[in-house]
Design a protein around this ligand. Structure first.
Ligand SMILES: CC(C)(COP(=O)(O)OP(=O)(O)OC[C@H]1O[C@@H](n2cnc3c(N)ncnc32)[C@H](O)[C@@H]1OP(=O)(O)O)[C@@H](O)C(=O)NCCC(=O)NCCS
Length: 294
């Protein structure tokens, strides 16, 4: 038998921290009876065996941050019970809905989706492709080609973005709607990777970018990339990608890359599936599901 408890203080958090992602542990330590972080644990004979955790966000909504059951206790209803108990706690704190976002491709994805289905969560909706590759990608035919740009275009390292460029981009963000916020380079270029973050100038104006981040000594994340819509042409985008990838490739110690592609960018999704998929370590999907709490 197991017991469910609310994890609401740092001591309890320390017992359960192994059951969430390292990056979320600082949040777990913030749990309190009345705070935005809500965590519930399962224990058997006083020994922690699972944890579910959520964050309350504005407008009485909440995000499920993680749910984990110790491998030797799975398929006994504990994951289901943890999620139900978490939703009860969220309701007590006036939450009206919960959202979960997760990445597919794990052996237990099927178990998670079964729990969601049987508890009337909305059927999972794909959000993004989650892509991961190593130097094998350098063999892909699209990377063997040249993508010459007209003379009005120049590719420059993001380290050379001037204060004036920044001010102009900022102004444009305020006054025009052509750059989706998700792809705003200025919102993403904190601690950017200088090695292969690059911009594209059309005459004297910055019209495109690839911003990357170093996640570990061996891995770069391609965080955000864009070209102004009226200048978008496959060849130009590929010129940018190819340049950024080649700059990474010149450093064999940094042999991994990860990136995501939202499903709303259907031409990029097609490109990944048709031209890149065969050269990748993995392509997973992130999905989301919602539940009204009543
Ligand atoms: C996802 C997870 C929390 C589920 O916990 P759990 O305690 O095993 O879940 P439950 O026992 O309550 O429910 C699992 C359901 O999936 C079903 N299931 C499990 N494996 C299955 C399979 N291969 N095919 C079909 N159904 C399967 C079980 O039969 C059960 O359904 P049922 O209650 O109708 O019989 C657990 O597997 C886990 O910790 N996974 C790793 C962490 C993770 O990926 N978390 C999600 C993202 S944060």
């Amino acid at each position: 038998m197991y017991k469910l408890v609310v994890v609401d203080n740092p001591l309890a958090a320390s017992f359960y921290e192994v059951f969430t992602f390292p990056v979320l542990r600082s949040k777990l330590y913030m749990t309190q009876r009345e705070g935005p972080i809500v965590a519930v644990g399962a224990n058997s004979n006083q020994k922690p065996i699972g944890l579910a955790m959520a964050e309350i966000v504005p407008n009485n909504q909440s995000n499920i941050l993680s749910i984990f059951v110790d491998a030797s206790h799975r398929n006994q209803g504990i994951g289901t019970a943890l999620l139900e108990y978490l939703l009860k706690e969220l309701k007590l704190r006036n939450c009206q809905s919960a959202q979960i976002i997760y990445v597919t491709g794990k052996p237990t994805t099927i178990a998670l989706e079964r729990i969601l289905a049987k508890n009337n969560w909305t059927s999972p909706k794909p959000r993004m492709l989650v892509c991961n590759c190593d130097r094998q990608m350098l063999k892909a035919p699209w990377l063997q080609k040249e993508y010459p740009l007209a003379t009005e275009f120049t590719i420059f390292p993001w380290t050379e973005l001037t204060e004036q460029d920044r001010l102009r981009l900022n102004d444009r963000f305020k006054n025009e709607t052509w750059i989706p916020e998700l792809l705003n380079p200025l919102a993403h270029d904190n601690n950017f990777e200088p090695l292969n973050s690059i911009g594209l100038r059309y005459r004297d104006e910055v019209v495109g970018w690839i911003i990357t981040h170093r996640l570990s000594p061996t891995t770069i994340r391609y965080t955000c990339s864009y070209i102004r819509p009226n200048l978008q042409r496959l060849g130009r985008i590929l010129a940018l990608y190819s340049e950024s990838i080649k700059r990474q490739a010149a450093n064999p110690d940094i042999f991994e890359a990860i990136w995501t592609v939202p499903f709303i960018y259907s031409s990029m999704i097609d490109f990944v599936k048709r031209r890149m998929a065969n050269y990748m370590i993995s392509i997973k999907e992130s999905r989301e599901s919602l539940k009204i709490i009543n």
